[in-house]
Ligand binder design. Structure first.
Ligand code: UDP
Ligand code: MG
Length: 321
């Protein structure tokens, strides 16, 4: 690696962030300059509907550290982040949100831990008071459930804001799936990890794009990507229901032998039929969820498409790629 290459790569996915990008760049640049390392800031425009792209481009014109990557449409945060990771050239890579909820000043702590020899430094939120109660509750339930059923544990209240070194990045790139649940992937690869704590700020400007339904689907992605427990549980649900059915059958036989034939119960019959029908449909639904993901994965489509990628010395660097 030549001297002109960046040591730190900041990876920042941006979706409708025109209101915050300039102040984001101001804050992160002053932190990065203090570190004394050469750096690059990769801004990925994830198909924004506002003027994010032109703001990004003008930032690049003012500052040669900025690299602007424009995806061909909105691919979602996980894909945008993956694009940035794939293009990063630094020795350490730091994914960060554009909205300044992740304080750039924490990068100093990241680098301190990295210099101690850690491969990964994660940022753990000690205070989620800036999140709504619904988000806090759903996040907590998600972590509890996910960690109970999945083989890899995702540390609670740890987001994508972290430092990873090139070794970890290479490991992440070995995972070929195109539906990338990054929180899980980051945890899955392991490595020597240090934790620094911080207080999560509220959004500097603009709006969150993760609400209700999107978060629910995100949680489903997470659980189905890293666990088959929801499939396996049907074995046990089925066994328990069969055991009950057998018990009920035995009771009925004995009752009939002793008391003769009782009047048939329409209500109990219909209840059992509806209950079992419902249970079976839920089971098929869960199965469908996995089959759907299998189907999407089997297409082997790339996670994202880059429309343009601009940075200083680009043509020369691209030959090296
Ligand atoms: N983001 C993105 N693509 C999307 C949605 C979000 O690149 O489709 C980016 C967004 O610009 C921000 C980060 O992902 O930098 C986190 O998004 P947001 O702040 O909306 O999520 P929250 O912090 O509320 O979880
Ligand atoms: Mg945010």
């Amino acid at each position: 690696m030549s001297n002109s290459e960046p040591i730190i790569s900041i990876v920042c996915p941006c979706y409708n962030e025109q209101a915050v990008l300039t102040i984001f760049m101001e804050r992160i640049s002053s932190v990065l300059q203090e570190t004394g390392y050469n750096y690059e800031v990769i801004l990925i425009n994830d198909g924004s509907k506002d003027d994010t792209l032109s703001v990004m481009e003008s930032l690049r014109e003012q500052d040669h550290h900025v690299r602007t990557v424009n995806l061909s449409r909105n691919f979602g945060k996980e894909a945008a982040l993956t694009a940035g990771l794939d293009l990063a050239r630094g020795e350490v890579i730091i994914p960060i949100d554009a909205d300044l909820q992740d304080p750039p000043e924490l990068i100093h702590d990241f680098l301190r831990e990295w210099n101690k020899g850690f491969d990964v430094v994660v940022a753990k939120r000690v205070d989620r008071s800036t999140d709504s109660w619904a988000k806090k509750l759903s996040a907590e339930l998600f972590y509890k459930f996910h960690n109970a059923v999945a083989h890899v544990e995702i540390p609670e209240n740890v987001g994508d804001f972290r430092l990873i070194n090139r070794r970890v990045l290479k490991a992440i790139q070995l995972l070929p799936e195109n539906q990338r649940f990054m929180k899980g992937i980051f945890s899955w690869v392991g490595f020597k990890t240090s934790v620094v704590e911080y207080k999560r700020e509220s959004r500097e400007a603009g709006e969150t794009s993760f609400n209700g339904w999107k978060l629910w689907n995100f949680a489903l992605d997470g659980i189905t990507s890293f666990s088959t427990a929801p499939l396996r549980i049907w074995l046990y649900i089925g066994s328990v229901i069969s055991a009950f059915a057998f018990l009920y059958l035995s009771i009925t036989v004995i009752k009939t032998l002793i008391f003769g034939i009782d009047s048939p119960g329409y209500a109990s019959l219909i209840t059992v039929i509806l209950f079992l029908g419902g249970v079976q449909l839920i089971g098929i639904g869960v199965l469908g969820e996995y089959v759907g993901r299998l189907y999407m994965e089997s297409k082997r489509r790339p996670s994202y498409i880059v429309e343009s990628d601009k940075y200083q010395d680009a043509p020369e660097e691209k030959q090296n790629d």
